[in-house]
Ligand binder design. Structure first.
Ligand code: ADP
Length: 493
């Protein structure tokens, strides 16, 4: 299927909508105007009929007077009255007839007695006349009325006919039709039509132009977002979208900016991580190559140099292997690392870590205080929790000077297990407390080969603890020591 662009779609649908709305308003206005004019024509025909009935009464009085004056026998008198009435009525009606109105008089058999003009004789209304006679009430007819005609052609309000029963002396009955042609009202509708069509067309043009303008503006902004997204795709992360306007597109631009910023920071961290990792790996590799060269040159002849070189290569390769393990742990810590849920004893893991530190740093003669014999059960991953405790205990032992003290405390606090490792070592300056959890962060003083760290221990511990949904924090006072606290969920042991 052919792709329809958003612009075409929006432009077409908004134009159709505008035409629809303007059309509805125009037709509604026209209907209101036509209905009003039609009511006016109804009122005009009714009031004309009321005046005509007065004239009928006047004609009756005048005809009676004439008939009496001639003093004829009764039947002849009735004939004379009728003749006088029929000659008087046209004159009286002509006096009140506005232009565009006609009259017609019918006898009790609905035969035409008199009309003021041909147009006054409207066919097919015998039923309405009979009804007026039968009910003795005024009835109305509206033949040929087409209320919608005036929208595109001349208005046609049809004919307004009022049938009034007429009672004459001597029980003679007649029907007077007042026929009103709503020419004036139709003229008003015709006058309104042209300006209304012009105003509607202008409104339509304006609505379409306004909607096209705003659609164009909207799509230009969307297009600028697309272009930025494309440039991000091609690796350009120093772009920033202009956040124009406090609206949904502005919000979208701000969200994309935040996303770009996050991507930029992540890519910087990644680049730094790769650079740091290669740098850390380069050092032992350079050492190994150096000793291999020494072995090549002197190794065959000098057993001492050979032994020393092999010893050094072994040391460097162990360091490389430790670094690779740390890197793997760190990379997998964020994603894909499996966290087992097993029953474990935190105190036992703590004791193991303290024993490990005692074995690694015998020369320091540290006072290592642990959680004693008791158990502290929880549900978690023994490997990862053991790693976290080992990093903290190892750091405490590593950075605390000879004869110092390392204390491991464990406790249960509601649904949490708290593990606290403190030492009375040199402490960490307050401004570095946040950074020590960053990858490859080592304080200058601990950069010496003596401590042998890569600056990855705390980053790994933090990543593991956070992977378990826990927290790790540190407090420290220079010259007095540091305390690292880990809080993780106890699970349901
Ligand atoms: P590493 O110990 O391998 O250098 P870590 O990530 O474990 O890396 O620690 C980062 C830095 O934090 C260390 O270089 C050290 O300066 C500081 N640090 C960590 N633990 C302690 C501690 N107990 N006492 C003093 N400084 C510490």
């Amino acid at each position: 299927m052919r792709r329809i662009s958003l612009k075409t779609w929006l432009a077409t649908s908004s134009a159709v909508l505008a035409a629809f709305v303007v059309g509805i308003i125009a037709v509604a206005t026209f209907v209101v105007v036509t209905d009003g004019m039609n009511r006016l024509a109804d009122d005009a025909s009714r009031s004309l009929a009321a005046s005509a009935r007065n004239q009928v009464r006047a004609a009756v009085v005048s005809a009676e007077a004439k008939a009496k004056a001639e003093d004829a026998p009764q039947t002849a008198g009735r004939e004379r009255f009728r003749a006088a009435f029929l000659s008087e009525l046209p004159v009286l009606l002509a006096a009140i007839a506005p232009p565009g109105s006609e009259f017609a008089l019918y006898d009790a058999d609905l035969d035409l007695l008199w009309d003021s003009g041909e147009a006054g004789v409207v066919e097919d209304l015998a039923g309405a006349r009979a009804q007026a006679l039968r009910s003795d009430k005024v009835t109305e007819s509206h033949p040929h009325r087409r209320l919608t005609a005036g929208l595109f052609a001349d208005a046609d309000l049809g004919t307004h006919v009022v049938h009034s029963p007429v009672d004459l002396p001597g029980s003679e009955r007649m029907v007077l039709d007042v026929v009103y042609f709503a020419r004036r009202e139709e003229a008003v509708i015709d006058e309104v039509r042209a300006p209304m069509l012009v105003i509607s067309s202008l409104a339509l043009l304006l609505a379409v132009a306004a909607s096209q303008l705003s659609i164009g503006r909207l799509l230009r902004r969307v297009d600028s977002l697309r272009k930025t997204a494309d440039s991000i795709g091609s690796g350009q992360l120093d772009v920033k979208l202009p956040v124009l306007g406090d609206d949904e597109i502005g919000d979208l631009a701000a969200s994309i900016n935040r996303l770009i910023e996050q991507l930029r920071r992540r890519s910087e961290t990644q680049a730094r991580f790769v650079a740091d990792a290669s740098h850390e790996l380069a050092t032992p590799v350079a050492g190994i190559r150096g000793y291999i060269n020494i072995l090549r040159v002197w190794g065959a002849d000098d057993p001492d140099i050979r032994a020393e070189s092999i010893e050094a290569i072994d040391r460097e390769s162990q360091r490389m292997s430790r670094l690779c393990n740390d890197l793997l742990l760190l990379i997998r810590g964020g994603e894909g690392l499996v966290y087992r849920h097993e029953r474990l004893d935190v105190n036992a893991l703590g004791r193991d870590a303290l024993i490990g530190a005692a074995v690694r740093y015998p020369e320091k003669r540290l006072e290592l205080m642990g959680p004693g014999d008791g158990q502290l059960p929880m549900i978690g991953d023994p490997g990862h929790i053991g790693d976290v405790i080992s990093v903290l205990v190892d750091n405490a032992a590593k950075y605390t000077p000879v004869g110092g003290r390392v204390t491991l405390r464990t406790a249960r606090r509601r649904g949490l297990i708290e593990i606290e490792v403190s030492d009375n070592g040199p402490g960490i300056p307050p401004e570095e407390l946040d950074s020590i959890f960053d990858r490859f962060y080592r304080r200058d003083s601990s950069r010496s080969k003596e401590t042998g760290g890569f600056g990855l221990g705390l980053a790994i511990a933090k990543s593991l603890v956070e992977g378990m949904g826990g927290t790790i924090s540190v407090t420290s006072r220079m010259g007095q020591g540091s305390t690292f606290t880990v809080r993780v969920s106890r699970g349901r042991p």
